[in-house]
Ligand binder design. Structure first.
Ligand SMILES: Nc1nc2c(ncn2[C@@H]2O[C@H](COP(=O)(O)OP(=O)(O)OP(=O)(O)O)[C@@H](O)[C@H]2O)c(=O)[nH]1
Length: 673
């Protein structure tokens, strides 16, 4: 008799291939998928095992004709019925378990010997060992046998248990320094201003300290601290926000008095507004003979930044970064505004905050600059950020000095983490290293899972669905166009599309190609990017894929308005849906001159068609996405190959195909709404 495949045996036993594979792995038999072949001895062993359960159950059920797994299921169901039935004995006790539990733990909770549980399971066709996990349903059945009620404990993951911050009481809150980001058009003097601030306000106690670039620095005025993020521009600001970290309290908008409002000035205003962060305007270069501060005020008022003397509430401070004039006035205004904002935090608890810069240092290992948002970070604390964790070996401040602790808003570099954490990730202090490691493991698993599921951000379709369900009231758009004229026309028409239920917001618009900054802003604001006669540059496209931001390019205004209008009205044009056509397994790889690598494959299910899309899956992970460029049966080109046949598949770009890879063939289909 020839070898038998997993799926064949699973049919014979009446259980799913998946369940059979689980049993086989429990038994220590190495199988990869439902196509794997089994040795005769292995097949006999499994058949035996299932006969045990079959006989047992047949006896109990008076010769019922059901086979293996059905009996198992029936038996399980019978267990439930017994429990629910009227003549059931009252449960002797109740235990709480998680959704999956090891047999060892279950035996302890139930007070039943491990061996008894294993026997019980085996009699139901489940081979297991002391470390195997059983699901909730199975645990309930085991409990039922011993008259013990098993209930599900509240679902709580390790993150929510350890990283949820309890709200602070008002009396625990203390004032904290403001965190400031400087933005503005290129060459308007951001860097010069940051330098001037840094140099003018070094306190005497700090003199002598060598300033270090750690991503942020602290200055003092009237014994009060102000923290500046020292990467100027809105890119860092928005990148941070895209990761869910909003750390900036106040934006300083630098506008050169001799140049006035320029495209990046507007961009910066939009970014700050999208983040709801108040702006102080620093009118720079007032030393220049052609400086015209009034013109700057005039121009900015068109963007809603109206100076106080004109009845508005925006603070304008004239400065010369080059000559270090007006710096103290600017700092005073920052303090004034932060008093109004009542910036506070509780310093007396375990610290949490955000990573603002990170690097790998040859000597020191992972170096991460963090801003403490609440609590106090101390040397010796156990920190977790993303999947990186460790004991804080040292804290270094912006003057290069080792410090013992960092209070709210204060930037410090942290030494001692296992990996380099991501900028924008939150960090938390946890009670001990075991917990940090467990959270890190949990996150690594989740990342792998997410990679596999390829979770999407809001796509146009999802957005549409959510609008329909009434979940979304705001439709955020970033609009880029080739010329100002058409941009204005589109903007006006788009804004007219808003209705009572859905409000359309153009959070940013501008002339020029779609850039990385646009994608970041879109990601941070859950917006969709619309390009009119402009494309996205390569970097922006890569980032958009990574951040799952949708970019839509139009060449005809009507099409653009039609689509958006339809989305808002809830009548979107045909929906494009992905359909899986089939799966093939690569059995052999050969090189064909002129045609590249050809994957000799066996069609496991469905069919393979020429020109279809294909995902290359290796060990359960999608490693690439490509298109079929050639499809052959022996020497002939064919249009499609059906299940059970072998074929040669050539791919358009991917060149690293390996034996054992699974090719998932799919296509897009238009589904009318
Ligand atoms: N006259 C005058 N020149 C200034 C002043 N502030 C900056 N500059 C000059 O303007 C130029 C640009 O200044 P930066 O500080 O590099 O401008 P930036 O906004 O940081 O520019 P990017 O980093 O390129 O975006 C430099 O040549 C500065 O010396 C000022 O107050 N007065």
């Amino acid at each position: 008799m020839g070898k038998i495949r997993v799926y064949e045996l699973s049919k014979e036993l009446g259980i799913s291939s998946k369940d059979l594979i689980k049993h086989l792995i429990d038994l220590g038999i190495d199988v990869k998928n439902h196509m794997s072949t089994l040795e005769n001895t292995e097949v006999e062993m499994i058949r035996d095992l299932f006969n045990v359960s079959k006989q047992n159950i047949d006896m109990e059920e008076d010769g019922s004709k059901n086979k293996g797994h059905d009996n198992y299921k029936n038996k399980l169901n019978k267990g439930t019925d017994m429990k629910k039935g009227s003549n059931v004995q009252k449960a002797v006790k109740t235990i709480k378990i998680p959704s999956s539990i090891s047999i060892k733990e279950l035996s302890e909770l139930l007070g039943i010997k491990v061996n008894d549980i294993l026997k019980f399971l085996l009699s139901h066709g489940i081979s297991s060992n002391i470390n195997s996990n059983v699901d909730f349903e199975t645990a309930t059945m085991i409990g039922a046998k011993y008259n013990i009620e098993v209930i599900l404990e509240e679902q709580q993951d390790i993150e929510s248990i350890y990283l949820t911050e309890e709200p602070d009481r008002e009396d625990q809150m203390e004032p904290r320094p403001p965190i400031v980001t400087v933005m503005g058009h290129v060459d308007h003097g951001k860097t010069t201003l940051l330098d001037a601030i840094r140099k003018t306000n070094v306190t005497s106690s700090e003199a002598g300290g060598i300033t270090q670039h750690i991503g942020a620095y602290t200055v003092e005025l009237n014994n009060r601290k102000i923290v500046f993020i020292d990467t100027p521009g809105h890119e860092a600001f928005t990148a941070m926000r895209a990761r869910g970290a909003q750390i900036t309290d106040i934006v300083i908008l630098v506008v050169a008095a001799d140049d006035g409002v320029m495209p990046q000035t507007i961009e910066a205003i939009n970014h700050a507004k999208a983040a709801n962060v108040p702006i102080i305007v620093a009118v720079n270069k007032i030393d220049k003979p052609n400086a015209n501060a009034e013109r700057v005020k005039q121009e900015l008022s068109e963007y809603g930044l109206i100076p106080e003397e004109w009845g508005g509430d925006t603070i304008f401070v004239p400065v010369s970064a080059l000559r270090k004039q007006g710096i103290n006035e600017l700092l005073e205004m920052i303090l004034l505004l932060s008093d109004l904002l009542e910036l506070k935090a509780n310093p007396n608890k375990r610290a949490s905050g955000v990573v603002i810069e990170s690097r790998l240092d040859k000597g020191m290992g992972s170096v991460a600059t963090v801003l403490v948002q609440s609590g106090t970070l101390k040397v010796g604390d156990i920190v977790i950020s993303g999947t990186s964790f460790g004991r804080v070996r040292a804290l270094i401040d912006d003057k290069g000095r080792r410090v013992k602790k960092a209070t709210p808003s204060i930037p410090v570099s942290v030494l001692g983490l296992s990996e380099v954490p991501n900028v924008g990730d939150k960090f938390y202090v946890v009670p001990d290293e075991k917990i940090a490691k467990a959270i890190s493991d949990y996150r690594k698993d989740r990342l792998r899972q997410q990679q596999y599921n390829n979770i999407n951000k809001l796509s146009f379709d999802q957005l549409f669905n959510q609008i329909q369900e009434g979940k979304i009231k705001n439709f955020n758009i970033i609009l880029k166009g080739d010329v100002q004229g058409s941009l204005e026309a589109i903007k006006q028409s788009l804004l007219r599309l808003s209705n009572d239920e859905v409000h359309l917001n153009i959070i940013h618009d501008g002339v020029g190609a779609i850039s990385e900054t646009d994608v970041m802003l879109a990601s941070a604001s859950n917006a969709i990017i619309i390009g009119f006669n402009v494309a996205a540059d390569a970097k922006a496209r890569t980032l958009a894929t990574k951040e799952k931001v949708e970019i839509r390019i139009y060449r005809v205004i009507y099409d653009l308005l039609d689509d958006i209008g339809a989305a808002i009205k809830g009548m979107l044009a045909p929906k494009v849906e992905e359909i899986i056509l089939g799966r093939a397994e690569v059995r052999q790889v050969f090189k064909v001159p002129g045609a590249g690598m050809i994957a000799g494959s066996y069609v496991l299910e469905g069919k393979v068609t020429r020109n279809a899309q294909v995902r290359i899956i290796r060990n359960g992970t999608i490693i690439n996405d490509d298109r079929i460029s050639s499809l052959k049966r022996f020497k002939d080109d064919v249009r499609e190959v059906a299940q059970g046949y072998e074929c040669g598949i050539g791919l358009e770009r991917f060149n690293d195909i390996k034996v054992g890879d699974i090719l998932e063939i799919y296509a897009f289909e238009e589904i009318p709404r």
